[in-house]
Design a protein around this ligand. Structure first.
Ligand code: SAH
Length: 274
């Protein structure tokens, strides 16, 4: 057990590295984050990793409904004591990586708003998991390592540009909102953090004919980002007459914009599944 009731009745919790625990302690930053989210009564929020409730209490005060998903069972009792008397508050002791978010959705009109100071060790797989559920979400606000925010928001010609950015931008609008320095947390992480907003497009801007093919092309292309498309995409291209593709295969993945990837994937798809 890493939580126990101390003499004065409060729970004490030793932060755990295994769960990526860096608790927010700076009240100015907490206010800034909640202002950026702007929760309203009548909305339905989901917080991933509430921890000791640094953001949770402000989210509840807005009058919005709130579901929280916390993996560390030692944190559950203090969350119950602090918040459970609020109507519309629910705790899920679960792993957000395998959580089925569709079980929280009420109806088509009230979409979920996801919030989380995410555990940095699982942020990329968690973002991919959430992108798979994107139709349920109005928006998502995350605290991430600054580097991951740059990867989400960057475009061609940027060293941070890669699979994560292309896939996130295919589905969402990305806004890098503001930086959060290490001293706002306890324990302090080694890296700079930032708050990012992802807003799923109501209508995809550049819909691919086959999204699985699009995802496959993007993954293959960036697996060997220094190679030309001709080489990186060999496993797919050798199944067709690549000469007939209306794409410059001497380019490298990092030179292609999101709609260029869609065009490329559509061309390959047309050849493989005519
Ligand atoms: N929101 C709090 C805590 C952030 S630390 C704050 O800002 O202070 C990250 C939190 O995510 C921790 O509470 C950790 O236990 C939790 N967590 C880690 N892995 C998780 C997972 N897979 N699913 C859900 N919560 C997780």
């Amino acid at each position: 057990m890493s939580s126990k009731r101390s003499d004065n009745g409060f729970f004490q919790h030793q932060a755990r590295k295994r769960f990526g625990q860096n608790f927010l302690v700076d009240h100015g930053i907490i206010r800034q984050i909640v202002r950026a989210i702007g929760p309203q009564s009548g909305e339905h929020l989901v917080e991933i990793g509430p921890g000791q409730g640094a953001i949770t209490s402000s989210l509840i005060e807005s009058g919005a409904r709130l579901d929280v998903i916390e993996l560390d069972r030692d944190l559950i009792p203090m969350l119950r004591v602090q918040f459970e008397q609020h109507a519309g508050f629910r705790i899920h002791e679960a792993d957000a990586l395998s959580f089925d978010f569709s079980t929280l959705a009420d109806n088509e009109d009230t979409k979920l708003r996801v919030v989380g100071n995410l555990p940095y060790n699982i942020s990329t797989p968690l973002i991919f998991h959430l992108l798979a559920h994107r139709h349920l979400f109005q928006d998502m606000h995350f605290m991430l390592q600054k580097e991951v925010v740059l990867r989400l928001a960057s475009g061609p010609g940027d060293k941070n540009y890669g699979r994560l950015g292309v896939m996130a931008q295919y589905y969402c609008d990305i806004e890098d909102l503001f930086d959060v320095p290490p001293e706002c947390f306890r324990p302090a992480p080694k890296v700079m953090s930032a708050i990012v907003r992802l807003t799923p497009h109501a209508q995809l801007r550049w819909p691919a004919n086959n999204e699985a093919r699009f995802a496959e092309v993007v993954k293959l292309a960036f697996q060997q980002r220094r190679k030309t498309l001709r080489n990186a995409l060999k496993p797919l291209l050798e199944q067709m007459d690549a000469q007939t593709l209306d794409v410059d295969l001497s380019l490298r993945a990092e030179q292609l914009k999101v709609p260029d990837f869609v065009h490329l994937a559509n061309q390959i798809e047309a050849h493989l599944s005519p």
